[in-house]
Design a protein around this ligand. Structure first.
Ligand SMILES: [Zn+2]
Length: 342
């Protein structure tokens, strides 16, 4: 079925083996009858093999992945010599993307609308179409995300590691940190897993920004996964970080602002922090009433706010906890050198 040489059909368009095609997946038009569609590019190898979908901007302002997919499609390694099929979906939430917004026009979060329904609200309709036309025709999936607005994430994979194949793919991606995350209701990842399709979620960078380092990390990771499922042959000289020594977070916690004020940071993304370590100070506009923000447990900073102005209770730092944080920091340093050679 999926692996056959027979034409793959998406939204009524047939794509024969060895061919490359752009398809528009129609979704509900705007109030003024402007047509809306999810852009899809399918690249089929001559040889049968896995069918991998790679999607981005399910949250419309998480645009880093759009650039990642653009570069993936331009890669010389994506061609008819590939085994199997790549289904590239650079902009899933076309409505949000056009308004620099995470959400759909009715303020729903598309990544909470899966598996969707034909006659439900807009988000459910899109989710339904995406499941039928993309996910159910795939054998594997990767969904690209960034931190939310004003929040930046360390490049990381989130996946359900209880599933053996998902765990293997997560490790092959090549990022130093994997979060064994509990699946949230209504996410694409949950819906794909329910269909038995191993799926990874990549997180890195922040909303509404292109970040070169994160883009390169994601691109190398996708190619590395494609090698591990035998879609493309592995390069002799691989610049990707060594695939061993990947650290899996056992849990994570958020540190929230204990009072309102402006922030002076004392740590950075990827830093190892010890219990009770100073992460930031928050003070009023005169610099008085300064309060120390300290870590509660040893871990690694995997996400943090980029906005130095805080209200009490705002999320400041996302900390992952591991067996051995020391080793993780060492690994992050190596990783940094590879990506940032100067
Ligand atoms: Zn997201």
């Amino acid at each position: 079925m999926n692996n056959a040489r027979a034409p793959l059909e998406i939204s009524g368009v047939k794509i024969p083996a060895g061919k490359r095609k752009k398809i528009e997946l129609p979704i509900a038009e705007l109030f003024d009858y402007t047509k809306m569609a999810i852009p899809v590019e399918v690249v089929r190898g001559k040889e049968p093999g896995p069918v991998l979908f790679v999607s981005a901007a399910i949250h419309g302002d998480e645009i880093n992945g759009v650039e990642v997919i653009k570069r993936l499609l331009a890669s010389k390694r994506i061609n008819s010599r590939m085994k199997g099929t790549l289904i590239a979906v650079p902009i899933v939430n076309a409505y949000g993307f056009n308004r620099n917004s995470r959400y759909l026009p009715d303020r729903r979060d598309l990544n909470r609308c899966f598996p969707g329904s034909r006659k439900g609200p807009l988000g459910h309709q899109i989710a339904y179409t995406f499941m039928k036309e993309i996910v159910e025709k795939s054998t594997h999936g990767i969904d690209l995300h960034t931190g939310a607005i004003h929040r930046k994430n360390l490049p990381q994979i989130r996946a359900c590691l209880d599933d053996e194949e998902t765990s293997r793919l997560a490790h092959s991606f090549g990022v130093p940190v994997i979060i064994n995350s509990n699946i949230r209701d209504g996410s694409l990842r949950q819906a794909a897993l329910d269909k038995g399709i191993p799926m990874l979620l990549f997180e890195g960078g922040e909303a509404l920004r292109y970040e070169e380092k994160v883009i390169k990390t994601a691109l190398m990771g996708i190619l590395s996964v494609m090698e591990s499922i035998d879609m493309i042959s592995s390069k002799k000289k691989n610049h990707a970080p060594q695939k061993k020594d990947v650290y899996t977070a056992r849990s994570s916690y958020w540190i929230r602002a204990p009072q309102s004020g402006s922030l002076r940071l004392q740590t950075k993304l990827g830093s190892k922090i010890m219990t009770g370590e100073l992460l930031a100070t928050i003070s009023d506009p005169y610099g008085s009433n300064a309060i120390r923000v300290e870590s509660r447990k040893t871990g690694i900073v995997i996400g943090m706010t980029m906005l130095p102005l805080l209200n009490k209770g705002d999320a400041m730092f996302h900390i992952a906890t591991f067996h051995d944080s020391e080793a993780v920091e060492e690994r992050l340093e190596i990783f940094d050198e590879i990506l940032d050679p100067e």
